[in-house]
Write a protein that binds this ligand. Structure first.
Ligand code: 5AD
Ligand code: FES
Length: 347
């Protein structure tokens, strides 16, 4: 099995059968070998720097009904909110003073925020903070919409593919959402010129090793700038309330594999990883991750943006959260940096 890891390290690639073999036969010793290599590759590419992104959760209204998600349309108990443009700009202002140079606008697919409203918000942020990157994470839009956001100044777009296996996709989503459209959106974003992030949940219900192999092959094919993965965590108000959460162990193993597949990819240690284990994000960094995304949302809405149960960082001010994150990263020998933190291919 170690030969497979050596091969992945040397060629950044394995066959579907080899990925499956590697995942199915993993054990603590193998994981240590993999993560050591992943760490080395990460340090070669990004040193001990950790990039920070200021996450602004600007709306939890959503037209979709994904079975896993706490802000799905059918969850009547979700307390819905929207931030105003002024509130969003206040988050940016506070974030800028703290050292954030990327703002991530994340929200549900909320019809209130028309393309024109989003364009206006992007323009305002880019006018006030021309040295900052704007990342969007607001789901599936038309090609024209994506194009217009890009023309307004948006730099990056996060759209997790959720699962690359079509059959699995249908088990996680209602009929109105299609796996093909999801993937098409990612190709559209790339084609327009965004730095693009895809990703998936680890241990989502009905996920098999074959699904994970499909995810890895899709990631290799798309060749994104960023990959966001984190464990699935059940939310009590969803159809998946009683499903098991994904594990720390498998998430770290997959982070390591992805780092070896795409040596210079931007790879976050996610909030979900920090939620299933008190040192999850630190361990994610030690498995090859190089990005963290502290929350910049106003404290009074944070407890409303609950995609899953027990989400961390919902009670802390942005400054506290950042300070906590700096300490966490220092505790494992890494340093939060003040920079846009672009992908290495962007100069
Ligand atoms: N557990 C973990 N991650 C989740 N997401 C949504 N619901 C959950 C959950 N219950 C992830 C999805 C989505 C991202 C914003 O959050 O992958 O793309
Ligand atoms: Fe957010 Fe610790 S990182 S409170």
């Amino acid at each position: 099995m170690k030969q497979l890891i050596d091969k992945l390290y040397e060629t950044n690639n394995l066959s579907p059968e080899e990925y499956k073999e590697l995942i199915d036969n993993r054990n603590p010793e193998l994981a240590e070998y993999l993560l050591e290599k992943a760490r080395a590759v990460r340090i070669e590419n990004y040193g001990h720097d950790v990039y920070i992104r200021g996450l602004i959760e600007f709306t939890n209204h959503c037209r979709n009904d994904c079975y896993y998600c706490g802000i799905r349309k059918s969850n009547q108990n979700a307390e819905r909110y929207r931030l105003t443009k002024e509130q969003i700009l206040e988050c940016c202002s506070a974030g800028y003073d703290l050292g954030f140079r990327t703002f991530v606008l994340q929200g549900g697919e909320d019809g209130y925020f028309t393309d024109d409203k989003i364009i206006d918000i992007i323009r305002s942020i880019k006018t006030s903070y021309p040295d900052c990157a704007v990342t969007l994470s607001m789901g599936e839009k038309s090609y024209e919409g994506y194009r217009a956001f890009f023309d307004a100044g948006a730099d990056r777009y996060l759209l997790r593919h959720e699962t690359a296996d079509a059959e699995h996709y249908r088990k996680l989503h209602p009929e109105s959402l299609s796996p093909d459209n999801r993937k098409q959106c990612l190709y559209n974003l790339k084609n327009i010129g965004y730095q693009v992030g895809c990703g998936f949940m680890v241990g989502s219900p009905f996920q098999t090793t074959e699904c994970l192999v499909q995810d890895l092959l899709f990631i290799k094919e798309l060749n994104p700038h960023m990959v966001g993965i984190g464990p699935f965590i059940p939310h009590h108000g969803t159809p998946f309330a009683n499903k098991k959460a994904g594990t720390l162990e498998l998430t770290l193993f997959l982070l390591g594999i992805i780092r070896l597949m795409l040596p210079d990819v931007l790879l976050p240690a996610t909030t979900a990883l920090g939620t299933i284990h008190p040192k999850g994000r630190e361990l994610g960094i030690l498995a090859g991750a190089n990005v963290v995304m502290p929350n910049l949302s106003p404290v009074n809405v944070r407890h409303k943006y609950l995609l899953y149960d027990n989400k961390i960082c919902t009670g802390d001010e942005a400054a506290e959260c950042l300070c906590c994150m700096r300490n966490r990263m220092e505790s494992v020998g890494y340093h939060v940096t003040v920079s846009r933190g672009d992908h290495k291919s962007i100069l």
